[in-house]
Design a protein around this ligand. Structure first.
Ligand SMILES: *Cc1c(COP(=O)(O)O)cnc(C)c1O
Length: 380
């Protein structure tokens, strides 16, 4: 990794390739065939919600929406929505997690579209509008995830309130679209049944959405309905090969110490790594407090000078050690713990697999301590 383009004071940081985010969203949009609600919950899966939303052409302050901007953004809490609004975001924001009745006035003030499914909440939402104006909300239907929304076979109880206060959208969420297509088809069918049962209680132009990343990736045809809601694939945490996605995050840190260890000597806590030959060990300035998870102990690989170097011993809170016996390296060099260095890449998916971690958990843990920022253009 060319050190020259980075300030020499940087110890560990996350480079975010916003061009890759845009590319991934274009791939997903084409595959889904419908406009997208891009999920930016959990600070855009750790990548940076405002940075990602701006890069996608969502309107901010006086900047109008780009022609290919997503239909909207998806969050999981009003605090996440408030952070976007504070940053100047003027785009549509949906909160997909059920809100407490006590939160509805704040959703209103933030201009957030809540996911509602309880009769009193829908009434309260309608009453919060001054001058009888109904602000948009989306009806949440549980088709088998058993997490949120009205059960698909109990929607009749909502007919009257939906007639009085029609939703802008109606949606459901898959539990296993990445593993089990039959379960996805069953949920698809339950969603259709629920809409049939509601019949003319729903406005004819109601927006329908169900596909998450796995939904989009698992179909041989376009997404059903009028919108899709990808998250993990936007950040290249799953389905990269299938969907032609590009690596988004690049976790970098410095070589901050170097030593020789003799055969039989051990490295790190618990002495779980023993030198089998005269070895050179580099200490890197990132550990599990920087999102490089402890499960990568004796399993992870790190790129130095474009070469994979194995993690030696346990990952510690602030540092890891790697075996650089076969790789020239010096104090101050940059190591890539996740992402691309020259022509070599250790993808988010590969790191998650090496550590037997969910790529979701790996990504959302990354910004624990390191700053994230747009990837600098390479100095070619
Ligand atoms: C998180 C979430 C998504 C996105 O899921 P991915 O698996 O990350 O694509 C979509 N819809 C809802 C309701 C969610 O909670």
């Amino acid at each position: 990794m060319t050190a020259s383009i980075y300030p020499a004071t940087d110890r560990a940081w996350l480079d975010v390739d916003l061009e890759a985010v845009r590319h991934n969203v274009r791939q997903l949009r084409a595959r889904a065939g419908v406009p997208l609600i891009v999920m930016v919950k959990a600070n855009a899966y750790g990548v940076g919600a405002a940075m990602v939303s701006r890069a996608l052409g969502v309107p901010f302050d006086r900047t109008p929406a780009a022609p290919d901007a997503p239909w909207g953004l998806g969050v999981a809490s009003l605090d996440e929505a408030a952070e976007l609004r504070d940053a100047g975001c003027r785009g549509r924001i949906l909160c997909l997690t059920p809100l407490l009745a006590s939160e509805l006035p704040r959703a209103h003030a933030l201009g957030v579209r809540p996911a509602l499914h309880r009769v009193p909440d829908i009434r309260a939402w309608a009453d919060a509008g001054q001058g009888g104006e109904l602000r948009p909300y989306h009806l949440s239907i549980d088709t088998g995830m058993a997490r949120a929304g009205v059960r698909w076979d109990q929607v009749e109880e909502l007919r009257d309130v939906l007639r009085a206060h029609p939703p802008e959208g109606v949606f459901t969420h898959f539990h296993s679209a990445d593993e089990d297509i039959d379960s996805r088809d069953e949920q698809d069918a339950r969603f259709v049944d629920a809409m049939l049962a509601l019949g003319d209680a729903l406005p004819p132009a109601v927006l329908r959405h169900s596909d998450n990343s796995a939904g989009i990736a698992s179909r041989t045809r376009l997404s059903p309905g009028s919108l899709a809601r990808p998250g993990i694939a936007v950040y290249a945490g799953m389905f990269s090969e299938l969907l032609g996605l590009r690596q988004v995050v690049h976790l970098r840190a410095r070589v901050i110490d170097l030593r020789e260890v003799a055969p039989g000597e051990t490295v790190s806590y618990g002495a779980t790594w023993t030198a089998a030959r005269p070895s050179r060990i580099a200490t890197i300035s990132a550990g599990y407090a920087d999102g490089y998870r402890r499960q990568l102990s004796n399993r992870g690989e790190v790129l130095i000078g474009g070469v994979r170097c194995p993690v030696a011993g346990r990952v510690t809170m602030d540092m890891i050690m790697v075996d650089v016996t076969d790789v020239p390296c010096a104090v101050g060099d940059i190591a890539t713990l996740i992402g691309t260095d020259g022509v070599a890449t250790i993808s988010t998916e590969q790191v998650a697999e090496l550590a037997d971690l969910s790529p979701y958990e790996l990504l959302v843990g990354l910004p624990l301590r390191v700053p994230s920022r747009p990837l600098l253009p390479s100095p070619s």
